[in-house]
Write a protein that binds this ligand. Sequence first.
Ligand SMILES: [Zn+2]
Length: 113
Amino acid sequence: MPIGFIPPSGQNTNIKTETGASRSELDNLQDRFEKLKLVTMAMWTYLKEQRGLTEENLVQRVKEIDMLDGSADGKLKLGVKKCAKCNRSLNPKFEKCQYCGEVNTPGSIFETF
Ligand SMILES: [Zn+2]
């Protein structure tokens, strides 16, 4: 099989890619990405219709959000949050600090994943 060849879905699902991810993992990510794109587009078209927004409004907002991490690179990489009580790094999957048990309420739902 040539390097970089990706078999059709449903075949050879345990083949590892150069990054070590299996085809089934990539298929799962692809499915989740397509679903996220669908929901995002539904939300956008709803807002566009209800609020009279334009594609330029959306592009401008994307640029503003992109700069929240200090880099206009088309990605949003928020830094690791610190516990308000012990100042250790927080795991975004848990509401409580793993070290001291302090409950740290996220400022945004986007800080939870
Ligand atoms: Zn803590």
